[in-house]
Design a protein around this ligand. Structure first.
Ligand code: FPP
Ligand code: MG
Ligand code: MG
Length: 328
């Protein structure tokens, strides 16, 4: 399992040992005798992941004083579910590159990628059933339901420029923030009890995750895929009206609105993102979205106020800043 960047290694320092245990656990879970499956899990392991969600489990536990020997396994379950969602997401989005590595649907094909996502999801739940508390499997089953609903809602709103802003944020919260919230809540609450701290950390994770997705939407629109490390422009190609585009459309004249819709519905999907940026300046929408992300991250930091001042709490605070300045 590859390591995250130097900046994140620094932020994850308080839970270094737990992350090593999480990686060892993950590697063990992905071992298979089938050569074909091993090739694919080996490929997924080359994804240079941030392992941010796993680190959030561990940092939340340390910051709340609830860390147990089982937390690295809980973190591995969260990370495997995350990997499963990425493999499935890249099929849905027709993506080609993820973390500078060919997506599974590209390196192999969609059929096999569906099955690998299912495999990863099955391994995650198999591991969760070995834990002493059912909290991990019950909370993550509920989270997976929410993730799927978010993706289905997103798909049903494609090409819908009249969509309410709250609906768009609700989709981002469901498809992305829910797993951040679950990671932080599990860190604070596992194996049970500590409901109040769990709620605090769930709120922290939700704000952080929503901000993360809003930044992601900006990167998809204006980021350079070589820097971001994954395919960009896929939202416009797929007809997804993300928050930066929503702001731009809201403030556009009738003629420009028509040009935006035209760009979104070009028969050659590859041209759509470039055309959109030719017909309208998307920067004000990006700035408004980043302002919203900044406010969410300030709120996330404020939620940490009841926690004692520890290196783990300091890392959680710094992660909120990382989310805004990240380029990948
Ligand atoms: C970000 O999408 C959202 C996700 C990665 C969640 C996707 C969830 C699913 C496809 C449901 C999977 C269900 C199971 C059971 C595994 P994005 O496309 O905005 O992010 P990206 O820029 O990283 O591609
Ligand atoms: Mg995607
Ligand atoms: Mg997607």
């Amino acid at each position: 399992m590859s390591q995250p960047s130097a900046e994140l290694i620094q932020l994850f320092q308080p839970v270094e040992e737990g992350l090593d245990a999480m990686r060892a656990c993950l590697t063990g879970q992905l071992e298979e005798t089938s050569g074909a499956v091993s090739d694919m899990t080996g490929h997924v392991s080359r994804f240079r992941g941030k392992q941010l969600r796993a680190a959030l489990v561990l940092l939340s536990a340390k910051a709340c004083g609830t860390y147990t020997a089982e937390h690295p396994s809980v973190a591995a379950v969260v990370e495997m579910i995350h990997l499963a969602t990425l493999v499935h997401d890249d099929i849905l989005d027709g993506a080609e590159v993820r973390r500078r590595v060919a997506c599974v649907n590209q390196r192999w094909d969609n059929q096999v990628a569906v099955l690998l996502g299912d495999f990863l999801y099955a391994r995650a739940f198999a591991l969760s059933t070995t834990l002493s508390s059912r909290l991990c499997s019950s909370l993550l089953a509920e989270t997976t339901r929410t993730l799927c609903i978010g993706e289905i809602e997103q798909s049903s709103r494609r090409y819908d420029f009249e969509v309410e802003r709250e609906t768009l944020e609700g989709i981002a919260a469901a498809k992305t923030a829910s797993l951040y919230a679950a990671a932080c809540e599990l860190g604070a609450r596992y194996p049970g009890g500590e409901v109040e701290l769990g709620e605090t950390m769930k709120g922290f994770g939700r704000d952080l995750g929503l901000a993360f997705q809003l930044v992601d939407d900006c990167l998809d629109l204006v980021g350079d895929s070589r820097v971001v490390g994954k395919s960009t422009g896929t939202d416009v190609q797929d007809g997804k009206v993300t928050l930066p585009v929503w702001f731009v459309y809201r403030d556009a004249s009738t003629a420009v609105r028509a040009a935006i819709r035209d760009a979104y519905t070009r028969p050659n999907v590859e041209d759509r993102a470039a055309l959109l940026k030719e017909v309208v300046d998307v920067r004000p929408g990006v700035d408004a979205t980043l302002a919203r992300a900044t406010a969410l991250l300030e709120g996330a930091r404020a939620r940490l106020a009841p926690l004692p001042e520890t290196p783990s709490r300091a890392s959680l605070e710094e992660i909120t800043r990382f989310v805004l300045r990240r380029t990948w």
